[in-house]
Design a protein around this ligand. Structure first.
Ligand code: ADP
Ligand code: MG
Length: 335
């Protein structure tokens, strides 16, 4: 089973950033209001994600680390309508098979403390894949996933890791993608003890969403952007697109979400780019943060667990909707 997990890890875990993505998605699925990320040496040495979500009861801790033991499928009536971000029950066992993983948690629903006085429980996975615990460990309501020495036991994979700087760039990109989509969740990122981001929840602060956009995309982004909101039958688009005059030469500020999930999709890119160049008459890269919502039955986001692909049932309709929404907004300009 350990080997099966390691093979699965090859699919899901490419680098520290892919671990971070899975851990953060789990935290969000657990309904957290805050996520704190700490990384050391680009996340290779250590990646720690703490949340204040609903936590995991003592008896379910070993299950969380075993293969295909998702707690989320039971809640799903229709696999097509996957609402939670993860549902395969593959991420944690995969990560655990290629690192030293410790999971500490305290469940909000279950009273674990009744007779032991303990405020949390911890399990870890040994080198051989053997489970150690649960043992008592202090923890506030929520969970902490501590992933150390990624790929220590798979030298072939370790070889593919890049410089600390590059791995950190990837971590920051994952952090940014989530932070843009979930301004309601407070988030922080530390690297080698240094605070890189500390974002309060925008729910308590009306200017919070703009402040967060500026923090993540560079000061002044909001001032130079056009806010956009368009709806058609079954389709709803909102977000920001940088005014063409401020468009950048680099292609790294393109964030597109489908039902809350960041995707990279040729059809989407094409529609936006076409609207942009129609209005702009030259080929600079558009910068945008856009959220498309549509009924789950009209989109398949389950193409590959680690990739950012989607398949629209009505791709022509989605393309034309995006194109005309962007075109209209860009033509209207800052007025
Ligand atoms: P999946 O997310 O696909 O269900 P994972 O391997 O990522 O599979 O996680 C396994 C299970 O562990 C989840 O279904 C969930 O029950 C539990 N879990 C993992 N992380 C957390 C967390 N941060 N808070 C609460 N439960 C968690
Ligand atoms: Mg998951």
């Amino acid at each position: 089973d350990h080997l099966v997990n390691q093979i699965a890890a090859g699919e899901v875990v490419e680098r520290p950033a892919s671990v971070l993505k899975e851990l953060i998605e789990n935290s969000l699925d657990a309904g957290c209001r805050r996520i704190d990320v700490e990384a050391e040496q680009g996340g290779v040495k250590r990646l720690r994600v703490r949340d204040d979500g609903r936590g995991i009861p003592r008896d379910e801790l070993p299950l969380a680390l075993s293969r295909h033991a998702t707690s989320k499928l039971a809640r799903l009536q229709d696999l097509d309508a996957v609402a939670s971000l993860g549902f395969r029950g593959e991420a944690l066992p995969s990560i655990a098979s290629v690192s030293r993983l410790t999971l500490t948690s305290r469940a909000s629903q279950v009273d674990d403390t009744s007779d032991t006085g303990v405020s949390g429980w911890e399990v870890s996975v040994g080198i051989d894949g053997e489970l150690d615990g649960p043992r008592p460990a202090p923890h506030p309501e929520g969970s902490t996933l501590d992933v150390r020495d990624l790929f220590f036991n798979t030298p072939a994979r370790r070889k593919f890791l890049r410089s600390e700087r590059t791995e950190l760039d990837h971590l920051e990109q994952v952090f940014r993608r989530v932070a843009l989509a979930r301004p309601d969740v407070a988030m922080s990122l530390k690297h080698n003890g240094r605070v890189l981001q500390s974002l309060p929840s925008a729910e308590t602060d009306p200017a919070g969403v703009s402040a967060r956009l500026d923090r993540l995309l560079g000061k002044g982004f909001v001032d130079k952007a056009l806010a956009l909101e368009e709806a058609a039958v079954d389709l709803h688009l909102r977000g920001w697109v940088l005014q063409p005059a401020f468009s950048r030469s680099q292609a790294d500020q393109q964030f597109f979400y489908v039902n809350g999930r960041m995707v990279r999709d040729k059809l989407v890119t094409h529609a936006i780019r076409q609207a942009y160049s129609d209005v702009l008459h030259h080929g600079r890269h558009p910068a945008y943060v856009l959220f498309l919502e549509l009924p789950p039955r009209l989109v398949d986001v389950n193409v590959h667990p680690a990739k950012h692909e989607v398949r629209f049932r009505e791709s022509r309709q989605v393309h034309d909707f995006l194109f005309s929404a962007l075109h209209r907004r860009l033509s209207r300009g800052a007025s």
